[in-house]
Design a protein around this ligand. Structure first.
Ligand code: UDX
Length: 452
């Protein structure tokens, strides 16, 4: 089924490792390339530098079967591969909203002169529209037999393996039927499993990723804007989200109001999309995404204000427990983490903050060494005057008012992900606050429901 195609995967971040291991599990011979020799050694030894359920097992299976290995040599990659996947990162540029394309550019610059026969180079990284067309020209100049295609990746952290092996859709931006045929071969198994194939231009393929992330971020910020209105008007955003989500035209996904989105993709991709639109003279079309970003960041400030309020209007020296450092549960990623941002804001307001997370403590320590961390939930909550639930790990959603009540010094809790039962916590004597739920909305709803 693989027709003997040999694949290389350039870049061993989240995307690259997942793609390499998944392609090997589909039966391809895969060579992963990264300039970081330490990472290459680690991967060849079957150890993941990231936390992703199921991925380490898949990597080990590939290594054991001799289907995947990693190298630092672009020359080896050029000699090995029929199809070369570019999976390098495109972080936000320091000091600007634009994407930093240096890794993608240097990867193509390193590979292109070494290619000497027909092959397909496939971009998977998230790039500003127009990048693929430029790279295609550079590539064909360096090696006339080499062709470029763009094939964006929509995987989510925490379900990266399933998203790669059984995606909803596979988007291929191509400039020839030959490139399409090769990509049909590469993705034969997921296509046979029901994934939709959309064949399009290079530009539309690049835009597909930016637009999908922009839509998801807009949905989250929409419900968080409704949360702000609920707070002002005395509503309950959880009920509102349920009502909206029951309309099949809207759908319930990505309507969880709370502290908003973070991570290595949505925040920087939205900003880069706006920056690129402005460059193209189409800034007005995406101006609303600036508000999407602003709503998202306002939730962080609002959460800190709630803590300030619960601490009686002064956080100086107040012991505060922050539950969560990862940008979402099921991940150890702290890039643009709303939880860590709130911890930082509270520290700036004078609070004595202690952070606990079941998986992301090491990364959090590296990213924000100035914050204090505890190895267990109980250690973090010991003597706290205010507890903030900022990432909805199961360990936190399973908390009971009684168990936590025995550890803290004062019963104040902020449920910034709307995952706890307000009635239960209030009945146990806790001052409970949530985002998008007016203080007395839950009690009022219960009274309204009463036949008396
Ligand atoms: C996202 C996209 O989903 C994926 O398709 C793309 O390839 C990369 O970016 P990921 O960053 O892994 O994936 O996280 P995702 O599960 O989308 O969540 C993003 C953020 O939104 C998280 O911080 C999460 O907590 C938040 N979120 C999500 C909400 O606040 N409310 C929701 O209803 C859903």
């Amino acid at each position: 089924m693989t027709d003997g195609l040999r694949l290389t995967v350039l870049g061993s971040g989240y995307l690259g490792i997942t793609h390499a291991a998944c392609m090997a599990s589909l039966g391809f011979d895969v060579l992963g390339v990264d300039t970081d020799g330490r990472k290459v050694d680690q991967l060849n030894a079957g150890r993941l530098p990231i936390y992703e359920p199921g991925l380490e097992e898949l990597l080990r299976e590939g290594l054991d079967a001799g289907r995947v290995r990693f190298t630092t040599s672009h020359a080896q990659a050029a000699a090995f591969g029929d199809v070369h996947f570019i999976c390098t990162g495109t972080p936000q540029q320091t000091g600007s909203d634009h994407a930093d394309l240096s890794q993608v550019n240097s990867c193509v610059a390193a590979l292109a002169p070494l290619l000497d026969g027909p092959c397909l180079v496939v971009g998977k990284s998230t790039v500003p529209v127009g990048t693929a067309r430029r790279l295609a020209a550079e590539l064909s100049q360096a090696c006339p037999g080499a062709e470029l295609a763009w094939n964006p990746e929509f995987l989510r952290e925490g379900s990266a393996v399933a998203d790669t092996l059984a995606p909803d859709r596979i988007v291929v931006g191509v400039t020839s039927g030959r490139a399409e045929q090769i990509l049909r071969q590469v993705y034969a198994r997921p296509l046979a499993g029901g994934a939709a194939l959309i064949v399009t231009s290079l530009e539309t393929a690049e835009l597909a990723k930016a637009a999908a992330n922009a839509f998801l971020a807009t949905k989250i910020s929409f419900i968080n804007a409704m949360a702000e209105i609920c707070e002002a008007a005395g509503g309950d955003v959880r009920d509102l989200a349920q009502i909206l989500g029951a309309d099949p035209r809207i759908g319930p996904a990505f309507l969880r109001a709370g502290l908003g989105y973070g991570g290595g993709c949505l925040p920087k991709d939205i900003r880069a999309f706006v920056a690129r639109a402005e460059e193209l003279g189409a800034g007005a079309s995406l101006a609303f995404l600036r508000e999407v970003d602003a709503i998202n960041l306002r939730r962080r400030a609002r959460t800190a204000d709630l803590a300030h309020e619960l601490a009686g209007g002064n956080l100086t020296g107040v012991p505060v427990c922050v539950l969560g450092a990862a940008f979402k549960p099921g991940s150890d990623d702290v890039r643009d983490s709303p939880a860590l941002d709130v911890a930082q804001i509270l520290t700036g307001m004078g609070a004595r903050v202690t952070v606990y997370d079941p998986a992301a403590l090491d990364n959090a320590r590296r990213a924000r060494p100035e914050l204090s961390y505890a190895p267990t939930l109980a250690d973090a909550a010991q003597g706290a005057h205010v507890v903030l639930l900022l990432t909805e790990w199961q360990e936190f959603t399973a908390l009971t008012p009684g168990s936590l009540g025995g550890i803290v010094a004062r019963r104040n809790i902020i449920d910034a992900r709307n995952v706890l039962d307000p009635v239960l916590w209030r009945e146990a004597g806790w001052e409970y606050r949530a985002l998008g739920v007016a203080e007395d909305a839950a009690d009022r709803a219960r009274q309204d429901a009463s036949p008396w």
